[in-house]
Ligand binder design. Structure first.
Ligand code: GCU
Length: 340
């Protein structure tokens, strides 16, 4: 995962030139109320068609209006600034201001984040959004990386329901995944999850999955319908099976030092516009999921329902194995209690 592909080398070059450009632009005075302006650089691994890109771009437009031009956001899509592991590091060291990263990346820094990465922890996108954007529940968790990594978690974007897809054929039960190499995110929990589901897990960065499916390094992967279509994975793995093993979660993260430098007025505008952003994203999510299913099917993908009870039976024991502290058990219980 630290292999320097040409795309990654390109990302390093982009960050280097951004850093040089930022040095002469008066960046750093932003939010002081003195009228200086700052464009926040946001790293994203999705395409421009993805709801996250659309909602974040609108976030920038609204933030600029509400701060009288003092803060703006430039979204860099398609892993231009690096895959999520690199983006996380760049936000931590301050070369990039903001990023969207999957919960699996934060689990690698603080195991308490793994609670919300558990299969079956949320029964719906609505429950998930209620829990992960409630400061009473997540306040301490979201501040937990400030000392160690200079990262503050701002809030969550849903990844919707994740399902398995394969080149080999439709999946109905865990037995159908036997011997299949299925890509997972870089997470110990998700490695155990896909193994419990019967497959062999291959952790890999998002942007490498298409080629790995095409070349046969992978037999399949697991993701939501929107990523299945925007990443064009349906072209190379046409059986999409609704295992519904997980409602996935992304986070907006920001460099903590940068955030501390915002004036009270700009911080209030940032928080207000972020609340409007995740609401817009959640709304877009449902619509784009339906459109993605239709687009995949029109292109020849085969979508099928599975024996959900058989998958639940192998997934349920993971909570006991991965919840190892009272803090984690409390977060888990809060998520379960919020279920409709
Ligand atoms: C989703 C999610 C991304 C994540 C990706 C993955 O698309 O929104 O943040 O990186 O899944 O499977 O890696």
């Amino acid at each position: 995962m630290s292999i320097k592909t040409p795309a990654r080398l390109g990302a390093v070059a982009v960050v280097a030139s951004l850093t040089i450009a930022a040095c002469g632009s008066g960046d750093g005075d932003a939010g002081s109320g003195g009228g200086a302006s700052k464009t926040l650089r946001l790293a994203l691994n999705q395409t421009e068609q993805h709801p996250s890109y659309i909602a974040l771009k609108n976030f920038g437009t609204r933030l600029k209006a509400s701060t009288g031009g003092r803060l703006d956001i430039q979204v860099y899509p398609n892993e231009t600034l690096g895959a999520q592991q690199e983006a996380l590091q760049l936000v931590s060291d301050g070369s990039v201001d903001l990023a969207i990263v999957s919960g699996t990346q934060l689990e690698n820094l603080n195991k308490d984040f793994s609670v919300f990465n558990l299969p079956l922890v949320f029964d719906s996108v609505e429950t998930q959004m209620k829990v992960v954007n409630d400061p009473k529940t997540v306040g301490e968790l979201y501040a937990s990386l400030e000392g160690s990594n200079k990262i503050t978690v701002v809030g969550g974007f849903t990844q919707g329901t994740r399902n398995v897809y394969s080149k080999k054929g439709p999946v109905n039960t865990p037995a159908d995944l036997a011997g299949q190499k299925i890509r997972v995110q870089e997470s110990e929990l998700h490695t155990s999850m896909i193994e419990a589901m019967g497959a062999s897990a291959t952790p890999m960065a998002f942007g490498e999955v298409y080629t790995a499916l095409q070349s046969g390094v992978l037999d399949g992967a697991e993701n939501n319908e929107v990523s299945y279509v925007t990443q064009k994975h349906f072209e190379v793995a046409k059986f999409y099976s609704r295992t519904k093993h997980l409602v996935g979660l992304d986070y907006l993260i920001v460099n903590s030092e940068l955030l501390k430098g915002f004036s009270a007025e700009d911080k209030a505008a940032f928080d207000k516009e972020w609340a409007a952003t995740y609401a817009e994203h959640t709304d877009l999510w449902g619509k784009e999921t339906d459109k993605s299913v239709a687009a995949a099917e029109a292109a020849g993908a085969k979508v099928n329902d599975v024996d959900e009870a058989a998958f639940r039976a192998v997934l349920e024991p993971l909570a006991d194995k991965f919840l190892t502290s009272d803090v984690q058990r409390k977060l888990y219980e809060t998520a379960q209690a919020a279920s409709s």
